[in-house]
Write a protein that binds this ligand. Sequence first.
Ligand code: BGC
Length: 363
Amino acid sequence: MSGLSGLAGSSVEVITGHQQPSGAYPASPSFGAYRGFCWLRDGSFIADGASAAGAADSADRFFDWCARTLERHADRVEAAVTGARDGHPLPDAEMLPTRFRFDGSIADDDWWDFQLDGYGTWLWAVVEHARRHGRDLGRWATAIGLSVDYLTVSWQRPCFDWWEEHSEQVHVSTLGCIGAGLEAVLGAGVLDGPRADAARSAATQIRAVVLERGTADGHLTKWLGRSDPDASLCALVGPMGWLDPADPLAVGTLRAVRATLSVDGGVHRFGDDVFYGGGRWPLLSCLLGQGLLATGDPVGARAALDWAASTATADGLLPEQVAGHLLAPERRAEWVERWGEVATPLLWSHGQYLRLWHDLGRP
Ligand code: BGC
């Protein structure tokens, strides 16, 4: 077994070993600030990696958790829909959160909670999983409908991005994740009537807004009206395919991320990142790698996988980020002091590793 396959094996173990009886995946079991919570964004990509690697039951259990959690909070979805239709949108604090406790309850602590991307990402991931393993989407239909209703009335709202920052902006990767989710469920034929019409209309408008205000110099941008990219945008090419890999905008986005955010195979989140000094993230290298593979560069994709593997600890755990090349070295200590050493393992890193490892033919 190669080192890469060995790391894939330990990745499946980390993911399934830490999965909760409820089906929730902890973002990181050992990192104080994340302990006890499951993020919809992290969890959806973790489930996607587990599903691709063959741990289909684990992914099923996560999507069951998503469905139960959404159904439990259906009243918030209804309030968001009614508020939007009546011209009184809910305040951010009353919208659905980005993370839940493992039992699906919502904590009333302070977090950067209003984030919309995860509600699109889980839709995309559950459709991908169902297609891959021949599952009937009817099992998750109620929660899919709730997510669609929630997103079709709220997609245009500013909210925190993947990195839980800048709630005053409309972020292009957030829009892309919502668009990818809506298009996935439309394509799977699980929506009908007015709900399908609303999803189609939102998906079309999202694409138009991004093309009109979310691009610069031939690439997608971090938020509407800004000119530099963010590495999260790689997800919209591979694995989500929201941008056709043959589209020059897809190629241009990967090129911009590579040129401005990638150093020796490791990928930074964005140019002015200061979180833990702004290191390089293995999960982002794997997302760039998936994009490169989709656009016909298997050599670049393999280099991205190799770099991600090189960040593993001796016992096969992948971190959230690594130091070595920091964008803001003077800002690292304050985070270590506040939250302790970098989250390791980060289950999302393992999920993203598994997906790229699988797509590369399991080297
Ligand atoms: C990251 C988020 C992530 C969360 C849990 C945060 O530091 O910015 O993207 O969802 O950690 O892993």
